[in-house]
Write a protein of this length. Structure first.
Length: 229
């Protein structure tokens, strides 16, 4: 079976989803970040097409989250997002992995089946797969085959940047369009779209209290970190 790695980079939970801060309470923001991360890590770890799932970066709460969801955790060494992903991909290819898949930690609709479909789109790991973000031109998944020298360029309009980079390297790229992978949660409009698509994820029609809160231990650890304790 092909050896495909899923890599999920993360910030400390207390620092996550900062653009939501004007619209939700700190408690709600921490809960949202934890819920989303747990969902993405679990979807990758439970996907039969994924051999290993690595969570890179974050804090003690993120490390505990990774272990609980069946993933491995690695310190990012203070590297930026792109450098951390480049390093993780290179480490996997050095271990003779067949492909590596980047997933962001804020996909509310992701499922193991959607992760598997993204991997399948690579044609037995022959072609890179790029998944565009539905809202802002970003990249919500990037799969690269073994020994690729692809350099991550996450940031503004990164889908176009990644497409240009893969094309420069001579790859035939497979764009993969998916609602489940296309929606990420950065802004209040993203949060509203999530609730419109999955109202059962929230309590009531007002506010942003989640119906399924994160595990108590992780949530408490995230809150202690947020408060500087």
């Amino acid at each position: 079976m092909p050896q495909v790695l899923a890599v999920i980079p993360m910030k400390p939970l207390a620092a996550a989803k900062s653009r939501l801060a004007p619209h939700v309470s700190d408690v709600e923001r921490a809960a949202i970040a934890c819920h989303l991360a747990m969902r993405v890590v679990a979807a990758a770890a439970q996907c039969p097409a994924i051999a290993e799932t690595w969570v890179v970066g974050g804090d003690g709460a993120v490390q505990a989250l990774a272990r609980q969801a069946g993933a491995k955790w690695f310190d990012d060494g203070g590297a930026g997002l792109n450098a951390a992903l480049d390093s993780a991909f290179a480490r996997w290819f050095a271990q003779s992995g067949d492909a590596a898949l980047f997933l962001p930690a804020d996909l509310p609709l992701v499922t193991p089946a959607e992760v598997a479909a993204c991997v399948e789109a690579s044609g037995r790991q022959r072609y890179p797969v790029l998944v565009p973000a539905a809202r802002d031109g970003g990249s919500n998944a990037v799969l690269m085959p073994r020994n690729s020298t692809f350099a991550f360029l996450l940031g503004e309009q990164s889908f176009k940047c990644h497409l240009a980079e893969a094309t420069r390297l001579g790859y035939q790229v497979v764009p993969y369009f998916s609602q489940a992978l296309g929606l990420d949660v950065d802004t209040i409009d993203d949060l509203r779209q999530w609730r419109s698509l999955r109202p059962d994820a929230f309590v009531g029609e007002q506010g942003w209290t989640l119906a399924h809160v994160p595990p108590d231990k992780l949530f408490r650890e995230s809150e202690r970190s947020r408060r500087g304790h």
